[in-house]
Structure formats: C-alpha cells, structure tokens
Design a protein around this ligand. Sequence first.
Ligand SMILES: Cc1ncc(COP(=O)(O)O)c(C=O)c1O
Length: 427
Amino acid sequence: MNPALSQIGNQMSSLTGVRAILKDISETLAAGAGQEFINLSAGNPVILPEVEQLWRDCTVELLASHEYGEVVCRYGSSQGYVPLIDAIVKDFNHRYGLDLHERNVLITPGSQSLYFYAANALGGYSTSGKLKQIVLPLTPDYTGYGGVSLVPEALIAYRPTLDINSTTHQFKYRPDFSQLTITEDTGCVIFSRPCNPTGNVLTDDEVRKIADLAAPYDVPVLIDSAYSPPFPALNFTEMTPVFGENILHCMSLSKVGLPGERIGIAIGDVRLIGALEAFQANMCLHPSRYGQAIAARAINSGKLAEISPRVIRPFYQKKFALLEATMAQAMPNDLPWFLHRGEGAIFAWLWLQDLPITDWELYQQLKQVGVVVVPGSPFFPGLREEWSHKHQCLRISLTASDQEIEIGIQRLAKIVAQAYECSAVSA
Ligand SMILES: Cc1ncc(COP(=O)(O)O)c(C=O)c1O
C-alpha cells in the first residue's frame, strides 16, 4: 500500500543528513564483499570485555534475585525504575554535593528520546503562537539534534569561533558569545559536552556563561553528557559536570556498554522533569526495566564509576593519540589540515581548510581506496547560513583497530594531498 503520510509523517521519513550517509555507508560495506574496507565511520562503541563482564555479572545477580519478576513481568512508573532513580540520587548527591531527591530524575529509553521530548515540550509554537527556538550555541554538534523537533524551523545553530594553531595543525571551536542570542523567544538550549563529532569540551566557564544568559528567561539548558564523567568518563581533559537551576543534566548509558538497552537519564528541576515525564507517558508509558535494574546494581556497587576512567577512557584516549601521531607523520606539513583537539568522546574531527573538493567528494574518493569515514556536513544541524567550513571536515571513528587506524590515516593523507595537488595543477 501507499499510505498517505501527514506532514510530520513525511518529515520523519525523509532521509536527510547523516541518515542518508549512514545508508550509503552500510550499502558500501555490505556490497564490498570482495573488497576489504577499513571502517572509520562506526558510531557503535567497541565491546570491551571487562565492561561486558560487568553487565553479565549484574544480569546473573538480577536473575538470581527475587527482584527479577518485578522487573520484567510488571509495568512500572513513567518516571523510571525506582531503584535506578534512587541509585542516581545517592551517587550524584555524594559525588557532587548536590541535594537531589527522586523527583529530580527521569529515566528515558535512550537519551535521544529525551532530546525529542524536550525539543517538542519546550521548542516550537507556544500557546500564543510564537515560535520558540531550540538553540544550539555552537555548531558542529550531534547530528541527532537535526531531527528532534516536529517544527524544523525552530532549530537554530550558531557558528563558533576557531582557535587555530598552524604549527601543531590543531584547532578548537569556541562559542561565539558576540553572536549567541538567548531571549524570551528561546525554548531551550542544547549542546553536547564532550561533543560528538568534534571531541570538544566546553570549559566550565563557557558552560556557566551560557546557563547565565538563559537564566533570566527561565530557559532550560540541556547539557548532553553522553560522554561525560562520572560514566562513561570519556573526557581526556579535566572537566566538571555543571549543575544549576536551569540546567538539565542529560546522560546516556550507551557508551558504558548498554546501547542496546536504551537508557537515558535526566537530572533537573522538578517541574521540568514532570513535563518531560508526561511526554514520556504519552509516548511509551515507560522505558524497559531490565537494563535499568542492572544499571542500578552497577551504580550502587560503585563499579560503573570505577571501570569508566580505568578501562573505557584509556581505550579511546590511546586510539586518539595513535591517530594524532599517525596524522602528524603522514599528512603533508605544508597543507592547511587541522585536527580538533582531542578532549573527549569516541571520534576525531579533521578540518581541511580551503579543500578544493567537497567533504562528500572526498568521502567518495576515500571509498575508492577502501577507507570509510563520515563526511562532516551533516553535523551542522540548524545552521541557516552557508559556511564553506561545513564542507571541509570529516569525522573519523576511534573504534577501529590500531592497524586499521594507521593504514586508514596513511591512505587518507595520500588522497588529501592529491586533492590539493590537483587543484594547484589546474589553477
Ligand atoms: C552526543 C550524543 N548525544 C546523544 C546520543 C544518543 O544516545 P542514546 O540515545 O543511545 O542515549 C549520542 C549517540 O551517539 C551522542 O553521541
């Protein structure tokens, strides 16, 4: 049949941005049966044996306990599974000296759904018909924000300023406070810290400045902490989670080994949590409880907070160091290439200034030599203006083996050098 989709149905079905590219990538990898591809595009975290074992152990404990039937054979509260909420309250109060109680916490089926609830509960058309914006204070940022609003015109992103070090071929994005505008027409603010795709970590001061700009208008600031301490602690630079009255601290257990279980956690003001919980009740009643029950055990025992900096962080930090060293050795020193400072997350972000071809063309050329990366342009959701920089970047995953990273970067360096050379010849 050919169902007549609504406006929203059509909007949700359109293969835009990164979804179009991910489709191309999976078709490329599937079709390349004869060709060995080096996959530097993956977003799925690596299954680390010690982390997997932690979840096995928690599952064995759960199976042997009286709690099991209660967990999987019954519906629960739309706010989440009480033992997990209690574990979060206890852990965060103790760790960060907070004064949370259980009404400050909401559990969702993955953090993506949390952004969907918030974007639509806070952004879009207000009861008086005014457009409330969803502000991304700096771009590039997580491509998943691109599809969260049912009112796409509500999303607006700001260009950052760039700190460039030409000698070391490094750079870093910073919020451009001379442009960033938060007013009574702002519904909410969202950014990831550490950032997917760039690995950027906004400083504590930058975060406080954004929260302070939003506070006079009672605008919630969602800090997407999918890679932040205490778990998965995928920060390679010092950072402290920032809490505050208008801050919604948003976490995910996907990068601590539970992406399949879909667990997102929001910590914030009781009224905001209540509004998001109501959204959730309409959408799915509540998230599944098995993952929540094993997560409660891993948090209460302290093992999740222990394994994160000891096992998860060093695994990716070493991959970044290897990628950085390989790039320094393989990329021509006279070309304007810049690697974003590796401050966290599971990706590296490469900017090729004045690249004579687009990121999409470069992606295609890399496929020809058996290397798959993600072109950078879909990571600028909400950016209205044209910006050549947007077509000059690549996201490189840190999930591949050491050998694949080395070979992949060496091949990339050759293709990049050719791209600049070709344009110099034809000029
Ligand atoms: C920055 C960021 N936020 C949110 C998500 C969504 O995570 P999940 O829905 O698995 O919690 C991801 C997934 O990769 C991410 O990188």
